[in-house]
Design a protein around this ligand. Structure first.
Ligand code: ADP
Length: 239
């Protein structure tokens, strides 16, 4: 088994909260309301995964499965500039896949295997958003079981990629800002973990004062719960 790798979020405080950065061989779910910073973190990570290890990266490439047209190359450019990276080179190492519906999204995740077998050094797979298509397509109580089953299949594909290629998986999940948000997770089933032994980190993002963001680690295989504060700036995610 290969050593677990870590990708910096750009914020030291957030990295520390989650044990040193986003982990490979694991799925990290970030959830929170609209505008809480989920996509911003995704944009940061597709850049930082490319950094050398001594700068918090894995010298790797990234796949961005985009379900809601949230990918912004100009945002990647700002972040790449902040790290003094060449923007053309950075963009060449990000594979963008637009997913038009949930079955397409599932297929796109499966295709990551082919990309890697073609020789691409994918160390990070983003799914932004993991849940939106599933929620839109499987509406009502009677389709809840099917929705959960399809999501589980998708998460299983992603976990396999994580394990097989020592890659990090980062998924976003929009939830309403209400107390039962904790139960809105796709990676948890009623009564326990859907993913069984899969290492899954869950980070709850909230808006704070003066443009700050609060991240709360709510579920981790071996880390305590905790919170930290970070900022979103033109340079990306910072302390
Ligand atoms: P979501 O959680 O819905 O994916 P986003 O990650 O898209 O939310 O976050 C959008 C928010 O990020 C904006 O509302 C803004 O507050 C902040 N943001 C985006 N770009 C910048 C920037 N260059 N400087 C400061 N804040 C920014």
């Amino acid at each position: 088994r290969k050593d677990i790798g870590r990708i910096t979020t750009g914020s030291k405080a957030l990295d520390e909260l989650i044990g040193g950065g986003i982990e490979t061989q694991a799925i990290t779910e970030v959830f929170g309301e609209y505008g809480s910073g989920k996509s911003q973190l995704a944009h940061e990570l597709v850049v930082t995964v490319q950094l050398p290890e001594d700068r918090g990266g894995l010298n790797g490439e990234a796949v961005f499965i985009d379900t809601e047209n949230t990918f912004r190359p100009e945002r990647v450019e700002q972040i790449a500039n902040a790290f003094e990276l060449n923007i053309e080179e950075v963009m060449e190492r990000i594979y963008i896949a637009r997913a038009f519906n949930s079955s397409h999204q599932i297929l796109m995740a499966e295709k990551v295997n082919e990309l890697i077998q073609e020789g691409k050094d994918i160390r990070l797979v983003i799914v932004d958003s993991l849940t939106s298509h599933f929620r839109a397509e499987y509406v009502g109580r009677e389709s809840l079981a099917t929705r959960q089953q399809k999501l589980n299949q998708h998460l299983h594909t992603l976990q396999n990629i994580a394990n097989t290629y020592n890659a990090a998986i980062f998924v976003t999940n929009q939830v309403q800002a209400r107390p039962d948000a904790f139960f809105g997770s796709p990676t948890k089933a009623i009564g326990g973990h859907v993913l069984g032994h899969a290492a899954t980190y869950r980070i709850w993002l909230k808006k704070g004062l003066a443009g700050k963001r609060i991240a709360r680690l709510v579920d981790s295989p071996h880390l305590p719960e905790g919170e930290c504060v970070f900022k979103i700036t033109n340079d990306g995610i910072v302390d």
